[in-house]
Design a protein around this ligand. Structure first.
Ligand code: ADE
Ligand code: ZN
Length: 330
């Protein structure tokens, strides 16, 4: 089964590229850029990845990304991830990045855009791997700052497939970003948002109502509210679920407690993703394998999940047809 899962054409829809920074690369970029790290060894870094909740992870996530300074750094980060993903049988990746976390360190917007898109083009040329770019806003900062970033990104609108919303969810409801998402909509930019990861099911409906999103990132809290579940089932709005992330951030205690089987039973359209693979124990394939080990799902179910992701990805229709045909041959 594991070999078959590797060969399955998988699509990654929920990936924070800064969360793909492996400790080895963190050290080499720190040396390249003269950035000091509060760790002596790679093992010390890994030992620090023992999280009690989302905030305890975010603290290390923002600290780690301080080593990213130049477009070459962003290129090398993305290339390293895309190469690992390719080896796991991932055929299309949607990379999200957090420009505000870089701007506040004096790293201009052009830097991540240039480095990330160069890596995306390289991956297409080398492996035929396709990708999309999601520019995310930090919900624990002022909405005005997010609006400024959206306006500042005008020279790059052609490169942006969607805008997103991430970082600390509790106390930062979707409605705080109503004006920013309205502006993105007016610009014709599709919208996604984290909702119902640590926050309540009400944030999922609020994100759908106020931000007019086409996908919900996480959304695992939906089961708290039968009306939200019914709405997700009827609309077939997809959820980008990240099971290993939910375990590592203590959203659930163990894989066997994960709400994925219940969500599927209720007819919610789910996909499997990695979130921050360097911090949470692996990429997309590991998430598929963890589900197999916890739930003993059969090939048909994994085909359905991989198919859901292909159906809702930001990709040209021709590529979608090609991948759906490859999937049905599996
Ligand atoms: N799991 C997560 N939730 C919210 N914001 C994030 N940024 C990176 N990973 C995140
Ligand atoms: Zn996420």
């Amino acid at each position: 089964m594991k070999t078959w899962l590797r060969e399955l054409p998988k699509v990654e829809l929920h990936l924070h590229i800064e969360g793909s920074l492996e400790p080895e690369l963190m050290f080499s970029l720190a040396a390249r850029n003269n950035v000091s790290l509060p760790y002596a060894t790679v093992d010390e870094v890994r030992a620090a990845y023992d999280f009690s909740d989302l905030q305890s992870f975010l603290n290390l996530y923002y600290q780690g990304m301080r080593v990213l300074r130049t477009d070459q750094d962003f290129h090398d980060l993305a290339m390293a991830y895309l190469e690992r993903a390719q080896a796991e049988g991932v055929v299309h990746v949607e990379l999200s990045f957090d420009p505000q976390a870089h701007l506040s360190r004096g790293v201009e917007l052009a830097v991540p855009f240039e480095g990330l898109t160069r890596a995306m083009r390289d991956a297409k040329r080398r492996w035929g791997m396709t990708s999309a770019l999601i520019m995310s806003f930090l919900r624990d900062r002022d909405a005005g700052e997010a609006m400024d970033v959206l306006e500042k990104a005008a020279p790059y609108y052609e490169l942006i497939d969607a805008v997103g919303l991430d970082s600390a969810e509790m106390g930062n409801p979707p409605a705080k970003f109503a004006a920013v998402f309205e502006r993105a909509k007016a610009l014709g930019i599709p919208r996604v948002a984290h909702a119902g990861e640590e926050g309540p099911a009400a944030y999922i409906s609020e994100a759908l109502d106020v931000l007019d999103i086409c996908r919900v990132d996480h959304g695992v809290a939906c089961l708290e509210d039968a009306e939200v579940v019914a709405r997700l089932r009827e609309s077939q709005i997809p959820l980008t679920v990240c099971p290993l992330s939910n375990v590592r951030l203590k959203v659930v205690q163990a894989m066997t407690d994960h709400p994925l089987p219940a969500m599927l039973e209720q007819g919610v359209k789910v996909t499997l993703n990695s979130d921050d693979p360097a911090y949470f124990g692996g990429g997309v394939l590991e998430n598929y394998i963890a589900c197999f080990e916890a739930f003993d799902w059969d090939r048909d179910l994994f085909r359905q999940l991989a198919g859901n992701a292909i159906e809702v990805a930001f990709m040209p229709e021709e590529r979608r047809s090609e991948l759906l045909a490859r999937l049905s041959a599996c």
